[in-house]
Design a protein around this ligand. Structure first.
Ligand code: SF4
Ligand code: SF4
Length: 316
């Protein structure tokens, strides 16, 4: 992974799918799936404080008795916030050292400058040996380019898929040009959302081949929520065909954001969506506001779920 010294599998297990924001698997089931992935060579797991699934990862690590390379992320921007996120991760994962800590959803050099205190804290933690590498996750080309201005950044985790779905400020070609440049400078790069958050499910094979063939991409995280998905993804990754029964089962699967009827129209989710996909609309005749989603913009990340005080939002 760049110049971090960390050796990761090319396929990374994106654990957002296990979290309460998506499939909400019980920790024991999440751990089972993670250990199944590990025994199939996937030694790289991606999580975040937001995903609230440290329990699954801790149980999986106990089960396999070995340490995967794992990434977690925080929205912290102060020293105190960063310290609290780091201690929470170490405590809840039962780990002394966190391999990779990222600042979640950075947008540009300006947002990075605003998170400098947290970045500095993580760099100090790296010197003390309790983090191995620090970096950012992002949905913008601008943030990838900004990584070159911050020598502290070891790893970048941007959106990369063949249609460029979810890239907020450019095309897939611009993203590839930027990621190639930072990889050449020694920064580790692993992509997110190769399936466009579910929009490219109709052609998973093509979507996985696209990211697999990007030579400068050290790894890419794919969300996995079941044994069948794991088996199918491993087949696509290896260039073989999954059993027909699995393909048929997964073919009928279409993911979407569900907004429950009891939405109170408070608007908190509208502010939280990184893609600007949510808005408030008046319900017919009732004169009440409720949340609605512009499906073409939604990348099915599920992040809005954590902002809703009424628990109305979920990816199915
Ligand atoms: S609406 Fe929710 S699931 Fe869709 S992109 Fe926005 S935060 Fe993600
Ligand atoms: S945060 Fe929840 S209650 Fe508020 S508008 Fe969004 S879905 Fe509705």
């Amino acid at each position: 992974m760049g110049e971090t010294g960390l050796i990761v599998s090319r396929l990374c297990f994106g654990t957002l799918t296990l979290s309460p924001l998506q499939a909400a698997l019980p920790p024991e089931e999440g751990a089972e799936l993670l250990s199944e992935a590990y025994s199939n060579g996937i030694n790289f797991w991606d999580t975040a404080e937001l995903y609230a699934n440290y329990d699954s990862l801790r149980l999986a690590i106990k089960k396999i008795g070995k340490l995967p390379v794992l990434t977690t992320k925080t929205y912290a921007y102060t020293r105190e916030g960063a310290r609290s996120s780091l201690e929470k991760a170490r405590r809840e994962l039962d780990l002394d050292v966190i391999p990779i800590f990222l600042l979640h959803e950075q947008e540009s050099s300006l947002t990075l400058q605003g998170h400098k205190e947290a970045l500095d804290f993580f760099c100090e933690a790296k010197v003390r040996g309790i983090i191995s590498a620090v970096g950012i996750s992002c949905h913008t080309v601008a943030a990838v380019r900004a990584a070159l201005q911050f020598e502290e950044i070891d790893v970048v985790h941007p959106i990369i898929n063949y249609k460029g779905i979810g890239i907020k400020d450019g095309t897939i070609d611009e993203m590839l040009e930027a990621t190639e440049r930072i990889a050449a400078a020694g920064i580790g790069v692993y992509g997110m959302k190769p399936l466009g958050g579910g929009h490219l499910l109709a052609d998973v094979e093509k979507a996985i081949h696209f990211v697999k063939n990007i030579e400068h991409l050290h790894s890419f995280a794919i969300g996995i929520a079941s044994s069948e998905e794991l088996e199918a993804d491993l087949h696509y990754f290896r260039g073989t065909k999954p059993p027909r029964a699995i393909e048929e089962k997964l073919a009928g699967k279409k993911r979407r954001l569900q907004i429950e009827d009891w939405c109170a129209g408070c608007g908190a989710c509208v502010q939280s969506c990184p893609q600007g996909a949510l808005y408030l609309e008046e319900t017919a005749g009732a004169g009440q506001l409720r949340a609605a989603v512009k499906a073409s913009r939604c990348i099915l990340c599920g992040y809005c779920g954590s902002s809703c005080p009424e628990f109305c939002l979920k990816i199915f």
